[in-house]
Design a protein around this ligand. Structure first.
Ligand code: S3P
Length: 427
């Protein structure tokens, strides 16, 4: 399905957003293997998080969802049962990369499959550490892409250094570490989002961090808990970006996750001069959250360093939109991981923004953008079937000099089915 976006004047109003996608997945991962009932409010009911729900249901876990409340009847660390079919995970890289850590400790074999995009995403990054832990896991093709076949069993602890900073890889190893005797540790090159660590600790796991190394003690049963899932900062980023480019905008987004390993986008735009204020901040474990108010102010360019990329990895496409209108030359360094997301996001960003008249190029793993002084040129845009590319294109189109048509917009349902309703509300 295609959609035409008309330019608008400004965004204004107050909104709440659906729950954070990363936290919603983890509520199900943890709830499904904890020793009691887990419940959460503001659960994200989008395609991706519902893939994790159906995988756990297929493995015998009772999960009830009413409105945005979820209830999971955990059956303990080893309580999953063999699914009677392959587990289809759609577009969800988070499920494909983290679930194997849990399956590593079960007593059965399972096959995980995904859609066309997920079937081209690298899985060797979890296959290698899991094999070091003694897990029988392989990809059904030579390239290390899904489908994955995993047979759980006895697991050895490992001390593993990841090549890339990836919360998915780190989480997979930490979950597997729950099933190993003694201590398993993961060291990353740069810090990535730490929801797994916070949430496992909240549920009673013995887990600690020293610099870039996280260690977990195996064999501790998890407690069922009650969670509030803060609004998704990655979803908020699209409206925040809209408010930054449309003169006269003034929006407030309530109860948004403010975990420091996720707020790299806010830090970046504040450096660019954005008018951002945070109110009602709460620090209660496991996750901090608060209200974010953003008012229009003209932005200037910045340099984003490689170490900061994991803190805003999903926001690079929309940050590129902002950089396209900022004064000066923005350089976003170390963007290699963007090449292996739901689509090659370096290609999708540069392609769409070039069509809109932006001077943008990808060079040696860096993205270089020269800000323009006028509205985007109206253009035919493409989501490349990637939700974040689609929403970034939609935000840019709000400040174009005419109508823009975006191809294949339905991929937005992967993470944010309410996106256009909320956008309409803010107009
Ligand atoms: C996620 C981690 C990130 C992010 C993805 C969700 C998670 O991926 O891009 O959207 O929930 O752990 P990587 O860990 O591969 O960078």
């Amino acid at each position: 399905m295609d959609k035409t976006i008309k330019p608008i004047e400004r965004l204004h109003g107050q909104i709440d957003l659906p729950g954070d996608k990363s936290i919603s997945h983890r509520v199900v991962f943890i709830g499904g293997i904890s020793g009691g009932n887990t419940s959460a409010s503001n659960f994200l009911t989008a395609e991706d998080s519902l893939r994790t729900v159906s995988a756990f249901r297929d493995m015998g876990i009772d999960i009830e969802i009413k409105d945005k409340n979820i209830m999971i009847a955990g059956k303990g660390l080893k309580g999953l049962r063999k699914p009677d079919k392959e587990l289809y995970l759609g577009n969800s890289g988070t499920t494909m990369r983290i679930l194997p850590g849990i399956l590593a400790g079960q007593n059965f074999e399972a096959t995980l499959t995904g859609d066309e995009s997920l079937s081209k995403r690298p899985m060797d990054r979890i296959i290698e550490p899991l094999r070091k832990m003694g897990v029988d896991i392989h990809s059904k093709n030579e390239k290390g892409f899904p489908p994955l076949v995993i047979k759980g069993g006895i697991i050895k602890p490992v001390e593993y250094a990841t090549r890339v900073a990836s919360a998915q890889v780190k989480s997979c190893i930490l979950f597997a570490g729950l099933y190993a005797k003694n201590v398993t540790s993961v060291t990353e090159p740069f810090i990535s989002r730490d929801h797994t660590e916070r949430m496992l600790k909240f549920c009673g796991a013995k887990i600690s961090r020293k610099h870039l190394t996280v260690s977990i003690e195996g064999k501790a049963e998890l407690d069922g808990k009650k969670f509030f899932i803060p609004g998704d900062i990655s979803a908020a980023a699209f409206f925040i970006a809209g408010a930054c480019i449309l003169e006269g905008s003034d929006i407030t987004i309530r109860n948004i996750g403010l975990n420091a390993t996720r707020t790299g986008f806010l830090d970046a735009i504040i450096k660019m001069g954005a008018d951002v204020s945070i109110k009602k901040r709460t620090e209660n474990p496991p996750e901090p959250y608060g209200d974010i108010r953003v008012r229009f102010r003209k932005l200037k360019s910045i340099v984003v360093e490689e170490k900061d990329i994991p803190l805003l990895i999903d926001e690079v496409p929309v940050l590129a939109v902002l950089a396209s209108l900022a004064e000066g030359r923005t350089v976003i360094k170390g963007t290699g991981e963007l090449r292996v997301k739901e689509t090659d996001r370096i290609f999708s960003i540069t392609e769409n923004l070039k069509r809109m008249g932006v001077d943008i190029r990808a060079e040696d793993g860096n993205l270089i953008i020269n800000g323009r002084k006028k509205r985007f040129a109206k253009a035919a845009l493409n989501s490349f079937k990637d939700h974040r590319t689609a929403m970034s294109a939609a935000v840019a189109a709000l400040y174009a000099d005419g109508d823009c048509r975006i191809k294949d917009i339905e991929c937005i349902n992967t993470s944010f089915p309410e996106f256009f309703d909320i956008l309409d509300y803010l107009k």
